[in-house]
Design a protein around this ligand. Structure first.
Ligand code: KIV
Length: 270
């Protein structure tokens, strides 16, 4: 089983692999593939529930998906993403909601934000809840940022991101996601902090990488420019369902091998 300690110890030794999963079936599959961490991301709102952004994602939604993933009993560390307004309102709300994540099977939580959430991170860690930070592009703040834009390119942004990362480490976070940030800035952060950085769209110089599973598998129509499609499951699924529909319409499915008969007719028909 991968623990928070294992993640911390990996720094400078081996690259970490994190991927999102939102239910039992996919959690089992990605665990069999040997990933280190499974993130039950609030991206579930977009790639599973068809929402326009992660902002409407609720605690109820997250808890349902966290418990489904946890039921797979993966070897990988399960990280539950704290949705918008589950931790910003007060330290008390943050501890309460993160506690619910753990009660539903998460082994750690992720929160978006830097230095300004040091008090929240400290309170969660004090309560025994491991925290993964998330800096750079923080999609829950897309309205404030002016969209899903690249980070760390403007003067002053790099220094601010380094400050955020150091503050998160200082507050007790065990790792930090860096999203859609200039590769040189992500490199600088990775060199400055003693905890692993896990990047998405922030270049190769991090301690690990994360991708949204539906992007990686080619399940979602639109993928961000930094994601890589390793399979085209959309086509495979559409083809399989077309074949099923065709066989039903032609009377080819179900066949004899998928059917059974009553005792009377079985005897009668031989
Ligand atoms: O919700 C999510 O999937 C994430 C990753 C993009 C890091 O936060």
């Amino acid at each position: 089983m991968v623990s928070v300690r294992d993640v911390l110890k990996s720094k400078g030794r081996r690259r970490l692999v994190m991927v999102t999963a939102y239910d039992y079936v996919f959690a089992r599959l990605v665990d069999l593939a040997g990933v280190d961490l499974i993130l039950v991301g609030d991206s579930v709102g977009m790639v599973v529930h068809g929402l326009d952004s992660t902002i409407p994602v609720s605690m109820y939604m997250m808890l349902l998906h966290v418990s489904s993933v946890a039921r797979a009993r993966p070897r990988a560390l399960v990280v539950g993403d704290m949705p918008f307004l589950s931790y910003e309102t007060s330290v008390r709300d943050a501890v309460f909601n993160a506690g619910l994540m753990l009660k539903h099977g998460a082994e750690a939580v992720k929160i978006e934000g830097g230095e300004e959430y040091s008090d929240v991170v400290k309170a969660l860690v004090r309560a025994g809840i491991p925290v993964m930070g998330h800096i750079g592009l923080t999609p829950q703040r897309k309205n404030l940022l002016g969209g899903y834009r690249r980070m760390g390119r403007k003067p002053g942004e790099a220094e601010e991101l380094v400050r955020d990362a150091l503050a998160l480490e200082d507050a007790g976070a065990f790792s930090i996601v860096i999203e859609y940030t200039a590769a040189d800035v992500a490199k600088k952060i990775t060199e400055k902090v003693g905890i692993p950085t896990i990047c998405i769209g922030s270049g190769p110089y991090c301690d690990g990488q994360v991708l949204v599973l539906h992007d990686l598998l080619g399940l979602y129509e639109e993928i961000p420019p930094f994601a890589k499609k390793y399979a085209d499951l959309r086509s495979i699924i559409i083809e399989a369902v077309k074949k099923y529909a065709d066989e039903v319409r032609k009377g080819l499915f179900p066949g004899e091998e998928h059917s059974f008969y009553s005792e009377k007719n079985k005897q009668g028909n031989g």
